[in-house]
Write a protein that binds this ligand. Sequence first.
Ligand code: FEO
Length: 401
Amino acid sequence: MKAVKIKENVYWVGVIDWNVRDFHGYVTSRGTTYNNFLITDKKIALLDTVKYGFSDIMFERIRCLTDPEKIEVAVCNHIELDHAGCWDKVMDVAKNATLYITERGKQGLERYFDVTSWDIQVVKTGDSVKIGEKTLMFIETPMLHWPDSMMTYIPEDKLLISQDAFGQHWAQAVLFDDLVPQEVLEDAVIDYYANILMPFGRLIKAKLADIQKLGLEIDMIAPDHGVIWRKNPGKVIEMYQDMANGRAEEGVVIVYDTMWHSTEKMCRAVLDGILDEGMYAEVIKLRETPMSAAVKQFWKYRGLLVGTPTLNNVMFPTIAEFLQHLRGLRPESRIASAFGSYGWSGGGVKDAMQTLESMNLEVVEPGYEVKSRPKKQDYDAGYEFGRLFAQKVSEYHRKFD
Ligand code: FEO
């Protein structure tokens, strides 16, 4: 296990987790990395740790460079346990270390660990510590990703250690943005943003503006997950600005489930209507697709159609779970509606429409519901429903031009 140099005297000492597929419910089909960094200046500084259970790998990489006992400066940018999970082990070894953290971070860390013997220094935006030739400057970024979060900027290297922000869940053997296929990288950025940062779009906009106001020169961004942006850090900043501004493709994703294939058949009619309006569309059957993949596809396109059968007078459980999850992600700048089938008394589409209306979405009324097996006139109506929805998506999308 070797450390990887990212700047003069700055090294990645993290972990590649090839196998993780369930990241607190987020299906990480590409695995992930837990990036952390060691700076070998006059003082030895460790920025973040790795997920609990991986400390051996981290220490092995650190030992390539120095004895972990020599760490004097410890920076906890974020207390979530995929980054803070080994601070107990580090502080146990590095007896002379001072740990720099935000006030909210300190309060949180005290709930995870017995910190009574730790030397903790609370910092806020603009505070800095000189560790020799380099300076660590702290920037609070509350709710990106947790209330405690902050970033560390090293002006001498124009390096921003950004913790969760600008990351990707991607277990890559190579560490830098210029060494990976760009289309996969972009997809991984969108996947991560949709599933983790979607609720914080307004905060991201504000924080990006704050960072601009600070006038930081940035030529490398090193997040705590995924590849490090050494060639094109501006690209990920631009992607974040676009996503925080609600950017989406002009298209529709149909997320559906089905019991006896009636809703599925309707889905085809609705899809034909959308396509005949010249609009791009994708179809996702929820029972065959990880929730996080459906969330990513939802986030890519302007329009969402939900197809649900009625079960016990309400929407189908997989659809209910999806919409509940989506509600927590607080999406904006998207337009939606619902369709489906029922056996005798209905209620599934109404339930889905009410849930969509409870979110900050533009909802196209009414939804479209069919009794039992769709007949010719039902297909025709479903087709027209698809055409109308595509027109509404186009109209709505133009507002974001
Ligand atoms: Fe990667 Fe919010 O932790």
